[in-house]
Ligand binder design. Structure first.
Ligand code: FMN
Length: 387
């Protein structure tokens, strides 16, 4: 049975998810796996991909297939980048670095979240690949500017601004499990943890992870738990178009905006000189009932009309999903939970396994569809019922 084998034998992202689930206390797993309210968008993100049907064109010589492409003006070995995720170290110590190194090894970009459990400098030291920094908009502007200056100094090539989190989504699994982020564990969690002694031992050995980028956000915050408790109330719900424009004007490198679903917003971003737009509903973790990004993608692509790169994320679990996104006009996809699950199951080896699964499935799907390069993946590959 695959469950008894290691990550190297996991056949699919779904299997990596189950391996991660076995390793983590349920409340911790739920934090990473879960989404907002009834989790309609979480499910819909996946179902929307499943509803799309491919219309292959065989009889093409597909003995050699090139999976590489250009993302933000530089080569990427796959049309895939790693999405920013907060708190990976709470799942397994060292997960941030493990995912970043796996991305570097695979030749794809990695995005470090503001609320990661590794600092801007640590990731720059540990991972020799293409790095982007994702900024949440903090109320404390001076601190935020400091983060951007650190990202520049550490040579991150692009800044990603996430705009779909003016306030946190209502995540009911976390409320039920009494989990807040970053985690503050209490005695009532001990029973949950007792059945996962290895996880508990690792926490005891390495200590409670810290949102390293936010150390010092509250000058009086000296302990990990006090830093943690400051994070939730630090985001600025007043952030708007004017402030985004200000940031665009002041940031000297490439800028990406993540969390867009409406074509008119995408139009404004392209006009503002944003380099790439991520069509995303945050993996269903923010506004439940929001449209699946794969369904919103064609409208955004039409509206942007080539003025910026358009990427998407949320629900990408198969190489065929990557093909479908590219066919509908995305030049790349981001993956969030897939590499998290890989890292929880097997650190760098597990994160690499997740990327390899995508690469293998992408290559096979392209061959079965009769396309040899990412550029050849066109809208004709999507079946449209004209009855
Ligand atoms: C546990 C978790 C933490 C996340 N943290 C962040 C974050 O810090 N910043 C951000 O912009 N998006 C964050 N996201 C959203 C991801 O960047 C991405 O949009 C989402 O995971 C894509 O959906 P997928 O998980 O189905 O691939 C997070 C997602 C998860 C699952």
């Amino acid at each position: 049975m695959w469950k008894q084998r290691g990550v190297s034998n996991a056949c699919s992202i779904g299997e990596l998810r189950l391996l991660a689930k076995r390793k983590l206390p349920p409340g911790i797993f739920d934090f990473f796996d879960g989404a907002a309210e009834d989790e309609v968008s979480l499910e819909e993100n996946i179902q929307a991909f499943r509803r799309l049907r491919l219309l292959p064109r065989p009889l093409v010589d597909v003995s050699s297939v090139d999976l590489s492409t250009t993302i933000l003006g530089a080569r990427s070995e796959l049309p895939i980048a790693i999405a920013p995720t907060g708190g990976p170290g709470f799942g397994r110590h060292g997960s941030d670095g493990a995912i970043a190194r796996a991305a570097a090894e695979a030749g794809i970009p990695y995005t470090l979240s503001t609320s990661a459990t590794a600092s801007i400098e640590r990731i720059a030291r540990e991972a020799p690949g293409r790095l982007w920094f994702q900024a949440y908009i903090l109320r404390n502007r001076e601190f935020l500017n400091g983060l951007l200056a650190r990202a520049l100094a550490a040579d991150y090539e692009a800044l990603m601004i996430t705009v779909d989190l003016p306030v946190g989504g209502k995540r009911e699994r976390d409320a039920r499990n009494r989990m807040s982020f970053p985690f503050r564990f209490s005695a009532r969690h001990l029973r949950d943890f007792a059945f996962h002694p290895r996880w508990l031992l690792a926490m005891a050995r390495h200590g409670m992870p810290v949102i390293e980028n936010l150390i010092g956000l509250e000058t009086q915050a000296t302990s990990a738990s006090r830093i943690a408790s400051s994070v939730g109330r630090s985001y600025d719900p007043s952030f708007d178009w004017d402030r985004l424009k200000e940031m665009r004007d002041n940031w000297p490198r490439r800028m990406i905006v993540k969390g867009i679903l409406h074509p008119d917003d995408a139009d404004c971003l392209a006009a503002m000189g944003i380099d790439a737009i991520v069509v995303s509903n945050h993996g269903g973790r923010q506004l439940d009932g929001s449209v699946a990004p794969i369904d919103a993608l064609p409208g955004v692509v039409a509206s942007v009309a080539g003025r910026a790169e358009v990427w998407m994320d949320s629900g990408v679990r198969r190489g065929s999903d990557v093909v479908k996104a590219c066919a509908l006009g995305a030049s790349a996809v981001l993956i969030g939970r897939a590499t998290l699950f890989g890292a929880f199951a097997g650190l760098e080896e597990g994160a690499s396994r997740a990327i390899t699964i995508f690469a293998d499935e992408l290559e096979r799907t392209m061959q079965l569809c009769g396309v040899r390069t990412v550029g050849e993946i066109g809208s004709g590959l999507i079946f449209r019922d004209s009855r």
